[in-house]
Design a protein around this ligand. Structure first.
Ligand code: XUL
Length: 521
């Protein structure tokens, strides 16, 4: 009998299923669903419902279940691997999304607010004030209270839709909801994703009484218990055994957030490695043995999915500006790369701060983009393409300067890691080698986690690194090393970005006009 393990990644724009064969160390099945094109009946664009109002980002959780069903159906129809030999399945989910269920297991609210919803800024302010200010909030939950995190979404539901809040019996994060479906009703959480609620403290491993009380003294009754990350939570539901042919003893493990599993899927299980994900959001995270709390709360303090910690930077603007640029100018990815090739770093001293739809880091829910150093005749396609690329990478890097890590290597994942232009800009601006990781990111991480948990429960204790490494393929031929001439230019550009960004936020900062003029001289 083979030993197959499955990983599902339920992300913002689509859903992916990966199956690994532990004995041959192969990824033997990959299938994906794109919500927009494969499930048009849900009416999403980039996986999100349209026209809900400024700052609102929501999806219908039934769309995720439909995607999971279709993927399991395709798996059942394929011969390799044999579904009947899948030993354990694990779910990765976009973080922070709030799924509210009533006592009968129906949705108490038909849609779910996602990680990139900014409509809860007021609730975050209320919570922070009630708890005693930003420092007290960080003390309470290891994180600042930011739109995007889940606590503000819960308070928003209570304030704006009190009936739906009252009807809610269980509040889930996205992957908990999928686990509940797969197991036929097991309602639990685990530390990785839960630390992104800003309601539970990853350093102490406890719910924050202060934040809970600031929302509703009885809130705990709606929150499922937290189970360890490295255990199974139950078996696959009999109905799914019947429909898809899983073995009845196939386990479902605790699962986690997509960042925790993105780290596993890129082999980020030791200190010094940084996973940079270039997707809808831009993230950078690193494995740590001890919790890291950023006194300013810009770096998120999360647990990982292995009993350790995963400080994470998340900027909410990344693929959006770039994709819009491609759409607007009808460019393919390779045409964009060609434009970057024929222009040069920081050409003409133009700089774009890409806060297209508010920004998570820095915490600016009302932000708009800023075009700096552009003249009337320089708004050309070429200049804008370069400015978008550099702006996104500089914005990511600006947050990254607060990460507690000596970078040995940046491991790139997500759609944009396919682009040579992006990889080179990241290496030059972060001043470290950047290597794309082939493969399936968070879904692969999920499948490997399933294997790890299953082996542990069978009495084997495989070192995680040994288990993960054979599956993690670094694309060495696409590795980018920082180019000294670009590094020198980007150091100056970073100063201007920082000066401009700080002044826009009313903080002390060097005069960006003077810095720019001196750099161009
Ligand atoms: C992390 C975050 C995003 C989502 C994307 O805090 O909000 O990376 O997890 O799915």
């Amino acid at each position: 009998m083979s030993r197959f393990f499955a990983g599902l990644d339920v992300s913002t724009q689509g859903c992916k299923l990966v199956v690994v064969d532990l004995d041959t160390e192969d990824v033997c099945h990959v299938e994906a669903i794109n919500y927009d094109t494969d499930l048009p009946e849900f009416g999403t664009r980039d996986g999100v419902l349209q026209n809900l109002g400024e700052g609102v980002s929501e999806s219908d959780p039934r769309m995720w279940l439909e995607a999971v069903d279709r993927l399991l159906g395709r798996l059942a129809a394929s011969d390799v691997p044999v579904v009947g030999e899948i030993r354990c399945i694990s779910v990765s989910g976009q973080q922070h999304g709030l799924v509210a269920l009533d006592a009968g297991g129906d949705l108490a609210r038909p849609t779910s607010k996602l990680w990139n919803d900014y409509s809860t800024a007021e609730e975050c302010e209320i919570l922070t004030e009630k708890v005693g200010g930003p420092a007290a909030m960080i003390e309470a939950v290891g994180n600042s209270q930011r739109p995007g995190y889940t606590a503000g979404k819960i308070l928003h539901l209570k304030r704006h839709e009190p009936e739906a809040y009252e009807r809610s019996a269980t509040l889930f994060l996205v992957h908990n909801y999928i686990n509940w479906y797969l197991t036929g009703g097991v309602a639990v959480m685990e530390p990785g994703d839960t630390s992104g609620m800003a309601l539970w403290n990853p350093a102490t491993g406890a719910w924050s009484r202060e934040v809970i009380d600031a929302i509703d003294v009885s809130l705990l009754e709606k929150l499922p218990p937290i189970r360890p990350a490295d255990e199974s939570i139950g078996k696959i539901a009999p109905a799914l055994v019947e429909r898809f042919g899983f073995p009845p003893d196939c386990k479902v493990d605790a699962g986690s957030g997509d960042n925790m599993y993105g780290a596993l899927g890129t082999g980020n299980v030791r200190e010094g490695l940084v996973t940079v994900s270039l997707g809808t959001s831009g993230t950078a995270c690193c494995f740590m043995k001890e919790p890291f709390i950023d006194p300013q709360g810009e770096i998120a303090s999360y647990c990982d999915s292995t009993g350790h910690y995963l400080p994470l930077l998340c900027v909410s603007n990344l693929a959006n500006g770039y994709n819009e640029m491609l759409r607007l100018h009808e460019l393919s990815h390779s045409e964009f790369d060609a434009i970057i090739k024929r222009t040069s770093p920081w050409e003409g001293g133009r700089l774009l701060i890409p806060w297209f739809g508010g920004e998570r880091t820095p915490d600016l829910p009302w932000a708009t983009p800023v075009y700096f150093g552009f003249t009337l005749d320089s708004m050309t396609r070429e200049n804008l393409c370069r400015a978008v690329l550099e702006g996104h990478v500089l914005n990511l890097h600006a947050g990254f300067t607060r990460m507690p890590v000596q970078v040995e290597e940046l491991r790139l994942t997500g759609g944009l890691s396919r682009s040579a232009a992006w990889c080179q800009a990241i290496a030059d601006i972060f001043e470290a080698d950047a290597v794309p990781v082939k493969g399936e990111g968070a879904a692969l991480g999920a499948a490997l986690h399933a294997a790890w948990v299953w082996l542990k429960e069978e009495g084997e204790t495989p070192p995680l690194q040994e288990l993960v490494e054979p599956f993690v393929v670094l694309e060495q031929d696409r590795r980018k090393t920082p180019l000294p001439e670009n590094v020198a230019i980007y150091r100056k550009m970073k100063e201007v970005f920082r000066g401009l960004s700080r002044r826009l936020r009313g903080l002390d900062g060097e005069d960006p006009f003077r810095l720019r003029a001196e750099a161009l001289r």
